[in-house]
Design a protein around this ligand. Structure first.
Ligand SMILES: *[C@@H]1O[C@H](CO)[C@@H](O)[C@H](O)[C@H]1NC(C)=O
Ligand SMILES: *[C@@H]1O[C@H](CO)[C@@H](O)[C@H](O)[C@H]1NC(C)=O
Ligand SMILES: *[C@@H]1O[C@H](CO)[C@@H](O)[C@H](O)[C@H]1NC(C)=O
Ligand SMILES: *[C@@H]1O[C@H](CO)[C@@H](O)[C@H](O)[C@H]1NC(C)=O
Ligand SMILES: *[C@@H]1O[C@H](CO)[C@@H](O)[C@H](O)[C@H]1NC(C)=O
Ligand SMILES: *[C@@H]1O[C@H](CO)[C@@H](O)[C@H](O)[C@H]1NC(C)=O
Ligand SMILES: *[C@@H]1O[C@H](CO)[C@@H](O)[C@H](O)[C@H]1NC(C)=O
Ligand SMILES: *[C@@H]1O[C@H](CO)[C@@H](O)[C@H](O)[C@H]1NC(C)=O
Ligand SMILES: *[C@@H]1O[C@H](CO)[C@@H](O)[C@H](O)[C@H]1NC(C)=O
Length: 458
């Protein structure tokens, strides 16, 4: 039934090009040939502005350009209208767009009073970025520039130099094999705070040069397979001193097996590290050097054990996530002396069968952890030690889908479920929120979950 509806609602984008080139219109049609959305009218016969300086004229009466809009708050949106097939909720499927696309960003904004602050050219067909041909004349005000999913192969040296206010640059999902300090220059380094270079075919750590990016706070390098091409060996690469202001680093799905111990030594202010989807078999020692680390993700790794030494120096840790990994044991004091720890996500660790009752240091210590969110759903735990956590502090808790044993070790939990007046202060029935944390491909799906039936099933 749903499928029938899906097919019926399948929307086709058609583009009509009349012979005399008077009009070229991009429209999205629905099943009944009603125009769902008119993209932009392009009127070539009436375009007095073309005189060779610019390739596209946007935001004017008779703009000659692919789909592009000057929106509120200085947002220039020139993204190709990609409609994702995953948009099931709106029952939009099989939608495609067949152009026209931007092949460069050499545009003229016809509305003189429009001051671009954010400019996006995502999902177009820009292969090369040339100096003085990215929003020429408007560079100085642009704070965010996104040109992702274009297949950019080449960037001319100094191409971003006139972007004197640029804070965020997104060049992800392109075809860059390298990006040097002649592109990531001192000029751009004096303002840039966020850089996204994910999913580009860089081949080694020599492919990029961040030495000028002294203001950078966030660097995203997901899906870059720099280590695989090095025959799985450690490299000597160390993030440069210039990145001492970096707060967030993401290297998800990079195929990394191991790091050298000093790789993060210069990242003295790093707070968030996301290494989801790599091939580590033990916690890299280099992580331990990050004394300001607050959030760590080691999900989908081959790490088998966590112990007292794993995060010894990460005393500011407040969020830890390691889901869907090969984890088996969490030993004594793994999370001891982490007073800020609020959230620990360990769901979908199918082999996790042992958590030491003092893993959080709650057995010896007088000061109990005030953890707020904890999930060990869909693991292989037969008991949850009563002393593991300060159950009073939790607001979100997931323990379903474990092969729990109904013996005295679990009596505290079972009794508490049966009789909400039990002396154990943690009352499931009165929890503010009960959520189920489960893992599905790359997504965390949070859904309402009937806690009790899962426990009684044992
Ligand atoms: C295109 O320009 C011509 C000449 O000015 C005009 O007659 C026509 O209405 C325009 N078409 C559109 C769709 O604006
Ligand atoms: C087109 O060229 C003329 C002079 O040749 C110039 O005055 C005008 O500003 C140019 N238009 C644009 C949009 O660059
Ligand atoms: C030109 O841009 C300004 C500032 O964004 C906006 O207020 C105005 O409505 C725009 N004019 C036209 C004709 O679109
Ligand atoms: C960029 O700046 C240089 C000088 O720093 C200038 O010569 C050039 O014309 C500028 N480019 C544009 C498009 O404004
Ligand atoms: C960097 O990429 C450009 C563009 O693809 C290429 O021409 C150049 O040879 C590359 N340089 C290095 C050092 O790989
Ligand atoms: C913790 O685990 C690491 C790696 O598995 C090991 O080298 C280390 O000796 C262990 N430390 C303790 C205290 O067990
Ligand atoms: C757990 O580790 C702490 C700190 O190293 C130690 O004092 C305690 O004796 C250990 N407990 C057990 C049961 O090994
Ligand atoms: C779960 O733990 C039991 C022992 O408690 C073990 O026999 C079994 O192999 C484990 N399952 C997995 C998937 O690791
Ligand atoms: C309950 O079962 C677990 C797992 O088999 C075992 O480790 C524990 O000692 C048992 N507790 C009691 C009180 O028998």
């Amino acid at each position: 039934m749903k499928f029938v509806t899906l097919v019926l609602l399948a929307i086709i984008i058609s583009l009509f090009s009349l012979n005399n080139a008077e009009t070229l219109e991009g429209r999205i049609y629905d099943k009944n040939d009603r125009i769902e959305h008119q993209l932009k009218t392009i009127n070539e016969s009436n375009n007095e502005f073309i005189n060779g300086t610019f390739d596209y004229y946007v935001c004017g009466e008779n703009s000659k350009a692919p789909y592009c809009e000057c929106q509120e708050n200085g947002q220039l949106k020139c993204d190709a209208p990609v409609v994702k097939n995953s948009d099931y909720e709106n029952l939009l499927i099989n939608v495609y767009f067949d152009g026209p696309y931007f092949t460069n960003a050499n545009i003229k904004i016809m509305n003189e009073s429009f001051i671009p602050k954010t400019a996006t050219f995502n999902s177009n067909q820009i292969k090369k970025l040339e100096k003085d041909k990215i929003l020429p004349g408007n560079e100085a005000t642009v704070e965010t520039l996104e040109i992702n999913s274009n297949g950019i192969e080449e960037i001319e040296n100094g191409a971003f130099n006139n972007f004197s206010s640029l804070k965020s640059l997104d060049l992800s999902k392109n075809s860059l094999s390298n990006i040097s300090a002649r592109v990531l220059t001192k000029e751009i380094g004096s303002s840039l705070k966020k850089l996204d270079l994910s999913h580009n075919p860089f081949t080694s750590t020599d492919s990029f040069d961040f030495t000028n990016l002294e203001k950078l706070e966030e660097l995203i390098l997901d899906g870059i397979h720099i280590y695989l091409s090095n025959n799985y060996e450690k490299t000597d690469f160390i993030f440069p001193k210039s990145l001492s202001n970096l707060k967030k680093l993401s290297m998800r799905d990079c195929g990394i097996i191991s790091f050298n111990d000093k790789i993060f030594d210069n990242l003295i202010n790093l707070e968030t590290l996301d290494l989801y989807g790599n091939y580590f078999s033990s916690v890299p020692e280099s992580i331990n050097q990050l004394t300001n680390l607050q959030s760590l993700n080691l999900g989908h790794s081959f790490i088998l054990n966590l112990n007292e030494t794993s995060f010894k120096n990460n005393q500011k840790l407040s969020e830890f996530s390691m889901v869907a990994s090969a984890l088996r044991n969490i030993d004594n004091c793994t999370f001891c002396k982490k007073p800020n720890l609020k959230k620990v996500m360990l769901y979908q660790n199918r082999h996790l069968s042992y958590i030491h009752e003092n893993a959080f240091g709650n057995v010896d210590s007088e000061i109990l952890h005030s953890l707020e969110t904890f999930s060990v759903e869909s693991c292989n735990l037969s008991i949850i030690p009563e002393k593991l956590l300060n159950w009073n502090s939790l607001t979100e808790f997931g323990i379903g889908k474990n092969p729990f044993i109904c013996n005295c070790s679990m009596a505290w939990l079972i009794n508490d479920l049966l009789s909400p007046t039990h002396s154990v202060p943690f009352l499931f029935r009165h929890m503010k929120q009960r959520r189920s944390f489960s893992y599905n491909e790359d997504k965390t799906i949070l859904e309402d979950f009937d806690f009790e039936t899962n426990v009684y099933k044992v």
